[in-house]
Design a protein around this ligand. Structure first.
Ligand code: SF4
Length: 371
């Protein structure tokens, strides 16, 4: 149970911890079930919306707890209305970004709704092509701030959910990806607690295959999640197949070079029995040649994985420009011919600064800082 300060943000607590909290304030544990239902099935934004709670419990909650509401400062919707990005202000006036993306499979008509969330304010990894990487590191997000990003979108769209789906958020929100601002494995404990809430049947009730955590390659933490057999999909942002180029693109490679990262990935896959997603952003004349594709195939030989290629979102004044679709298709074809399952992802929301950290960078540029 986390230390109880006043007020307690209920989004920090797993369902089991919430039950303990309810007992601590002198209420029956069964009240926790009703509070959980309101938070994670009805997406209540405040205690006054929890109409069937006793008034004494409502008063105790109002006095000693909150739901950690994030304040949206800016909300942008792409021209095709399929991507919505939000800049939030946190209680300490720092800012973070989150995105929701809507997909429809043209063949099956199946719809997906994916929320991309941040795990830190800024990021210490400093990837050269990433707007967040240029902002530096400020602090880790708390579990409640992580969960609050997902709930914001569930609350925003709750009135549009078909009636039979409301109450079963698993059916509406299909994926949560830790691919926003920050290196999630550098905020291990809070991210782990958030995933426990996302996975819990009394929390968000999402399956492990619906949660993806993307890392720049922190080797000790990859080994740790393999040993703990944590339940989610791991994605490794590789972007280069040799140390010289990766040192330049993803500076953490100087600390954890490919000779350490790749064995850690193999160990993780062997221990968990899961495939790894390899993320590879294609940048013009930097990492998009057929020769680079061949090196990548060689590096991944024998690793149970699939590759997600994306033509990167360029940041202002960057030497990194996205590869053309034609070049990306040639790169993809080469990998598929080599027997590696390879998807070419479409960049989403390029008209609304959807790349990681771009909206916050614009905000910082206008204001000269968060605080
Ligand atoms: S790409 Fe990810 S790990 Fe790299 S600087 Fe950006 S937020 Fe950090």
């Amino acid at each position: 149970m986390p230390e109880i300060n006043n007020p307690v943000n209920l989004l920090e607590l797993t369902p089991v911890q919430l039950k303990e909290f309810v007992k601590l304030i002198g209420e029956p544990a069964s009240s926790a079930e009703r509070i959980l239902k309101y938070i994670y099935r009805e997406y209540a934004a405040g205690f006054t919306e929890m109409s069937d709670l006793d008034s004494s419990l409502q008063q105790k909650l109002a006095a000693g707890a909150d739901l950690g509401e994030l304040a949206p400062l800016e909300e942008l919707v792409s021209a095709d209305a399929q991507t919505r990005k939000v800049l939030f202000r946190l209680n300490d006036f720092n800012t973070i970004e989150s995105t929701i993306m809507f997909f429809k499979n043209p063949g099956s008509g199946r719809e997906r709704r994916t929320v991309c969330i941040s795990s830190q304010v800024g990021c210490a990894v400093g990837c050269r092509f990433c707007a967040t990487g240029q902002q530096g590191f400020v602090r880790n997000l708390s579990t409640g701030e992580i969960i609050g990003q997902i709930l914001f979108f569930l609350r925003r769209f709750r009135d549009q959910m078909p009636a039979p789906v409301k109450g079963k958020n698993r059916a509406w929100l299909t994926n949560v990806v830790f691919m926003g601002m920050g290196e999630p494995l550098a905020n291990y404990d809070n991210v782990r607690q958030a995933i426990a809430i996302i996975n819990s049947p009394k929390g968000m009730g999402m399956g492990f295959h619906q949660v993806t955590l993307s890392t720049s390659g922190l080797v000790p933490q990859i080994r740790r999640i393999g040993a703990e057999n944590l339940q989610f999909q791991l994605a490794v942002s590789l972007h280069a197949a040799d140390d010289v180029l990766r040192d330049r693109l993803v500076p953490v490679n100087r600390k954890y070079p490919l000779s350490e990262l790749m064995p850690a990935c193999r160990e993780y896959a062997a221990k968990t029995g899961r495939n790894i997603f390899i993320e590879y952003a294609l940048f013009e004349n930097i990492n998009d040649s057929v020769g680079e594709a061949e090196k990548l195939m060689h590096l991944l030989d024998g690793l149970p994985c699939s590759i997600n290629l994306i033509t990167g979102n360029p940041i202002a004044s960057s030497e990194f420009q996205p590869s053309s679709r034609e070049v990306a298709l040639i790169f993809q074809k080469k990998l598929i011919a080599g027997g590696i399952r390879t998807m070419l992802r479409v960049s989403r929301g390029t008209d609304i600064a959807a790349g990681c950290g771009q909206l916050r960078s614009r905000w910082l540029g206008q204001r000269g800082g968060d605080i």
